[in-house]
Every structure is written in structure tokens, then in C-alpha cells.
Ligand binder design. Structure first.
Ligand SMILES: [Zn+2]
Length: 123
């Protein structure tokens, strides 16, 4: 597990989440055996916000930018916001897992919408 952020972090991660709690999150994450479930774990903790205005133009859509908010769950399901460094260091992961997790999550949503649309048309 990495050290996380410093004293100057505006999220005050180390103040909000103790070293013991980090250890617990780390252990939970590592107890997950299947990689897709690790992605689910991460996807649940990262909120992606679309920073560009809604558009119907396909090219614009593919150039979408997201801002991310990171959270960690401590104690009795308490969601605590953290900075990216703290989040990744606690899980001992690189940035790649965030990209993969969100990509997989979006893929499933797209698949779901596609199926739904097709079902409607068939009715
Ligand atoms: Zn921080």
C-alpha cells in the first residue's frame, strides 16, 4: 500500500480515514478473487461526471471529458470522499484500474440500453 497524500490535501484523507481503515479496505479489495469483481468494486467508488454539455453530435460524444470523484467506504458503509492519490495508494493500484473499471461499467450500461431499445422496437 502506498503512503497516500500529504497534510496539504484539501480532502484531508488521512484525517478522515485512519491507517487501520485503509488496511481494512486494502484487505477487502485483495480478498476479491475475480478481476471483474475488482472492477465493480472500483466502479462503485468512483463517480464520473460529464463535464461537457450534452450533445447529439457523435464526434463530440467520443471526445467527452469526465471529472472523477473518488470515495472509500469505511466502517458501517460510510462513504468518504478522498483524493485520487489516496484512493489509488490505499488499493495499491495504478490509474489504469480506474480507466478499466469505468470502461467496463459504461460498456455494460450501453449494452443494457441497447437491449432495452431493441425490446421496445420489437413490441
Ligand atoms: Zn488526499
Amino acid at each position: 500500500m502506498g503512503p497516500g497524500c500529504g497534510e496539504t490535501c484539501c480532502y484531508k484523507c488521512h484525517k478522515n480515514i485512519s491507517q487501520d481503515q485503509r488496511q481494512e479496505i486494502f484487505a477487502q479489495f485483495y480478498a476479491i478473487e475475480e478481476t471483474p469483481r475488482k472492477w465493480d468494486f472500483v466502479a462503485r467508488l468512483v463517480e464520473a461526471k460529464d463535464v461537457q454539455r450534452r450533445t447529439t453530435d457523435r464526434q463530440e460524444l467520443s471526445r467527452r471529458n469526465y471529472t472523477y470523484r473518488y470515495n472509500l467506504i469505511i466502517g458501517n458503509n460510510l462513504k468518504v470522499p478522498a483524493c485520487k492519490k489516496f484512493f489509488l495508494d490505499t488499493l495499491a493500484q495504478s490509474e489504469q484500474i480506474i480507466k478499466t473499471s469505468l470502461h467496463k461499467k459504461r460498456g455494460r450500461v450501453a449494452q443494457f440500453l441497447h437491449t432495452k431499445e431493441r425490446n421496445i422496437k420489437e413490441l
